[in-house]
Design a protein around this ligand. Sequence first.
Ligand code: FES
Length: 66
Amino acid sequence: MSADEPDVIMCPDGPMLLRGHHRVADESGDVFETERPFSAVCRCGKSATRPWCDGSHKLLRRTKPA
Ligand code: FES
């Protein structure tokens, strides 16, 4: 990983990608730790595996009017 690369990436209409080790607190204050190369944090609020993205945001995007 280059030092020039961001370690937090906001995906349009999707999750926030975290690169490397992070500790993520959910709305209840529960803390989740990740050591994965990339982790996707849900921003839409519809994931069944929060705080992690499960892809549900893709269904939301399809229902938006054109
Ligand atoms: S951002 Fe992917 S399920 Fe919420």
